[in-house]
Every structure is written in structure tokens, then in C-alpha cells.
Design a protein. Structure first.
Lengths: 132, 77
């Protein structure tokens, strides 16, 4: 996908949207930066979770219309996952939690190594979902 | 009633428009259908997947072609 373009036509291919929590904590920053790095690979596009929280119909409809939502939460508060659930969006979700990778909230600056670990996990989970 | 079809003009967009037109006609609504092909305008709706159906400014569905009966329910709300 064109990096400047952030709207996808559903014709002829599946649409995967990346939904990071983008929280204030270091793990939220890692979630956000990992999602952005993963999106650069072209397998998925970044999505605005705030638009769902703001109850904007276009974002909610887009989340419902995606073939897959790659949800990235920084910690076990699972804000991104729960924000979607609040709008009844519970299907076709692949969930990655940064702290599940041994990254401790509040003690883990967003280094390239940690970001890459999350990027790798995103790739693994997306690949696994495609095989199942 | 303003019905907008968001999309760059692909076959799915055309099918969604066709279904929306049929649904509105069968409901005897006073409607106008507008096609929105400009990406910036599409994104201004918060829509990230096309085609999308917008009714009086509210995005009802994105990334899917809703059938006539489903669209009728959307138009009736």
C-alpha cells in the first residue's frame, strides 16, 4: 500500500487493520511504534482507535468491515481490545499484548529491540491466523 | 435523504450503489445518491475501507457490499 494512503479498497484482497492502544506508558509507546513499523511492511494498515472511542461512525464501520483487526495492547488493561468490544466489535481480532512478551510496564523504554520483538510477534500471530 | 457511496469506482462500489438505489426506490424514499471518489473526502468520513455507504452523514457500512434488504433496514432507521 502507498505509505501516504490510509484508505483501502476492499476489492480483490483482504484488509487487515492495526489497532494499537498507543497508551501513555512505555508499553503503550512500544505498541504504537511496533504497529507503525509493522504497517510499513504493507501487510496491514494503521487504524485510529480514538475514532472508535469518539463514536465516529466511519471508524466504527471500518473496524466492522475489516477482515482482520490486529489489536496491540501495551498492558493487561487491554484498552484497545475493550474499546472495540464496547462497540460490539469482537470478531476477527488477533490480539497481541506487549507485556506478555516479558516487557515490564513502567520499566521498559521503547528501544528498537523491544519494538522489533513486538513486530515479530505481530508477524507470527498474523501468519498463524492465515494458516488456520 | 442523501445517500453517499464512498469508493474509487470499483465494481464493489458500483454494486453497493445499485443496491442502495434499489432499496431506496422500493421504500419510496425521496433520495439523492452521490458518489464520493476523492480519497481525502472519503477519509474525512473516518472511512478506511471502501466501498462505504453513508446515509445523511452517518457511515452505515464500510468494506462490504450490503444487500438490498440490509440497506432497507439502514435507511429505515
Amino acid at each position: 500500500m502507498d505509505k501516504k494512503k490510509s484508505c483501502s479498497c476492499a476489492c480483490g484482497r483482504t484488509v487487515t487493520l492495526l489497532v494499537p492502544c498507543s497508551g501513555a506508558a512505555d508499553t503503550g509507546e512500544i505498541a504504537d511504534r511496533a504497529a507503525r513499523k509493522f504497517a510499513m511492511g504493507g501487510c496491514a494498515g494503521m487504524f485510529c482507535l480514538a475514532g472508535v472511542g469518539a463514536n465516529l461512525s466511519g471508524f466504527i464501520a471500518s473496524a466492522r468491515g475489516a477482515d482482520r483487526l490486529l489489536v496491540v495492547d501495551g498492558c493487561n488493561l487491554d484498552c484497545a481490545h475493550k474499546t472495540l468490544a464496547e462497540k460490539g466489535i469482537t470478531e476477527n481480532i488477533i490480539h497481541v499484548r506487549v507485556t506478555d512478551l516479558g516487557i515490564v510496564k513502567g520499566k521498559s523504554p521503547a528501544t528498537a529491540e523491544r519494538i522489533d520483538a513486538v513486530v515479530a510477534e505481530l508477524g507470527n500471530k498474523l501468519t498463524a491466523s492465515l494458516k488456520s | 435523504m442523501l445517500i453517499q457511496i464512498l469508493g474509487t469506482g470499483c465494481p464493489k462500489c458500483q454494486k453497493l450503489e445499485e443496491n442502495a438505489r434499489q432499496a431506496a426506490t422500493e421504500l419510496s424514499l425521496d433520495f439523492h445518491i452521490e458518489k464520493v471518489k476523492d480519497l481525502q473526502q472519503i477519509m474525512a468520513f473516518g472511512v478506511m475501507i471502501t466501498p462505504a455507504l453513508v446515509v445523511d452523514g452517518v457511515v452505515k457500512v464500510a468494506g462490504k457490499i450490503s444487500g438490498v434488504e440490509d440497506i432497507k433496514k439502514m435507511l429505515a432507521k
